[in-house]
Every structure is written in C-alpha cells, then in structure tokens.
Design a binder for this molecule. Structure first.
Ligand code: ATP
Ligand code: MG
Length: 266
C-alpha cells in the first residue's frame, strides 16, 4: 500500500515544489512506483516535470469536484513517475468545495482505488492552509515539511504544528510528521547553523539527516521542465535529493546505513 506524504508548509518559497518534483523523480530512479499530485493552482510542480498547463487538461480539480476519475486524469511523465496535474482552474475548487458534502475527504476517497498501484504518493501543497491543503492533510499518512533555516521559520513551524494537531483531532487521526527537511541551506551562514541546531534539538530524529543545499541547478531545472536528476545528475542538488530518497527508503525499511550519505553536508 502506498505511503501518502503531503509536502507542506504554509510559508511560501521554502522548496515544497522543488522537493515534491525531485523526490518523486529520485524515488522513481530507485525503483519506486510514484504518483505526484499537484495541489497548487500555481501548477509549478506540473510544469516542473514537463507537463504543459493547458486549460483543457483534466486536473486534480475535476477529481475534487467529482467530474473525473484518477485513472482518466493521471499522466505519465518522462521521468518514470505519474502526475495528477494542476492549473489555475484549481483555484475555483476552493469555492466550489464549500458547498459540497464531505469536502475535506474528497481527495482521500479518490485515492483509495489506486493505493496498491504505488509505493509513494507525494502531494505538493500550496503555501496556505486552505481547503486544498486540508484535502492533502486528510488524504496523507504523514507530512514532510521543507523549511529554510532562518529566524521566522521556527515561528511558522509552531503554527503548522498547531494545525496538524487540529487535523489529527478532527479529521485524520493517523496523520504523523514524517520529517523536517532543511532546504536552501547555506552552510556559511551562522544564523542558518543556529536555526538548524535548534531544529534538531527540538525535533530530534524527525529532522532528516540529508540537507538540501542552495544549488543553482535546482533553480534552473524547472525552466527546462525536468527534475534536476534528468537535467544535471552530478549537481549537488541532484545528489542531495537522491540521498533524501535513499534515507526515506531506509527509514521505511528500518535499515540504517552506516555509510550515511549526507546530501551535501554543510
Ligand atoms: P510556493 O510556496 O510558492 O509554492 P515552494 O515552497 O513550492 O514555493 P519552490 O517553488 O520549490 O518553493 O522554491 C522557491 C524558489 O526557490 C524557486 O525558484 C526554486 O527554483 C528555488 N529553489 C528551491 N530550492 C532550491 C535550492 N535548494 N537551491 C536553489 N534554489 C532553490
Ligand atoms: Mg510550490
């Protein structure tokens, strides 16, 4: 049965989409069957893996409002994983869902028939705690939280943890924190180092060992519609996301590797 992960943080620009796209591609390279769901009307994850955001395209929007099934909407990317695309139309789902019954459970219910077809389902959530994100959190087994190690990051994290508690109490009792991922990491910054160690003090082993460095190839790859591993597989960014994918598999399988590859260690 698929492990369903929501890549989420209400803070914008912390590397959610970069993580969803690149982790999907790296897990696929490691032989995993992966579905990535773009839950953001910005559709960045969609274009980031080479799928054009055509208006006529059936997207996750049609699934949420019950007008399309998952199998009709899924697209195979060129990178060994499937995607449920999004485009601006998805912004309308927010309003339409308000009037619908079971609005928080629509994505969860839509995923039930395909749970055995995948090893991982990754959802790229928008930078907001809206009904789309709630659908993601209700469908998920766990959340992966990318964060930039800067001062306000910890404050934002407190809000997010409070939201997760509420979702757990009211809508999805099995929701866990899968892990916190340090992204856009600049090892030369003292503040980054400080925030990073506070994070580890606070969340312990929930913080992935792998660190994603700031790497220009990660920022360039989406404009070519490719995950970085297909764009520049030797770049530090590609190596880091590969190490993250391996760390996640090791955690799942309960194996801890002694040669622990740290993405691009600080
Ligand atoms: P939003 O909240 O708007 O959805 P996001 O959290 O999904 O943003 P991304 O879109 O992944 O964040 O990243 C924000 C910007 O930073 C993008 O231009 C992306 O290419 C760039 N970026 C992300 N991670 C890295 C990195 N490790 N190194 C360099 N650039 C990065
Ligand atoms: Mg994004």
């Amino acid at each position: 049965m698929a492990k369903i992960l929501a890549v989420t943080n209400q803070k914008g620009g912390v590397g959610k989409t970069t993580t969803a796209v690149n982790l999907s591609a790296c897990l696929a390279v490691l032989g995993q069957r992966v579905l990535m769901i773009d839950l953001d009307p910005q559709g960045n994850a969609t274009t980031g893996c080479g799928v054009a955001k055509r208006v006529a395209l059936p997207t996750v929007y049609q699934i949420l409002i019950g007008r399309s099934s998952l199998s009709e909407t899924c697209i195979r990317t060129d990178f060994g994983f499937d995607i449920l695309p999004a485009n601006r139309e998805l912004a309308g789902a927010e309003v339409e869902l308000i009037e619908m019954g079971g609005r928080e459970f629509r994505l969860r219910d839509a995923l039930v028939p395909v749970q055995d077809e995948y090893d991982f389902i990754l959802m790229d959530c928008p930078p907001a705690l809206n009904m789309l994100t709630v659908n993601g959190l209700v469908a998920a087994d766990a959340v992966m939280i990318p964060m930039q190690c800067e001062y306000y990051a910890l404050e934002g994290l407190t809000d997010l943890v409070a939201t997760l508690k509420k979702v757990r109490a009211n809508l999805n009792s099995r929701l866990e924190i899968e892990g916190l991922l340090r992204t856009l990491f600049d090892s030369r910054s003292t503040l980054t180092q400080q925030v990073s160690s506070e994070l580890v003090d606070h969340f312990g082993s929930k913080v992935y060992r792998t660190i994603i460095p700031r790497n220009v190839r990660l920022a360039e790859a989406p404009s070519y519609g490719k995950p970085v591993i297909a764009f520049d597989r030797l770049s530090k960014g590609a190596q880091a996301y590969k190490a993250l994918a391996q760390e996640i598999l090791d955690r799942r399988d309960g194996t801890v590797r002694s040669d622990a590859t740290q993405g691009a260690e600080a």
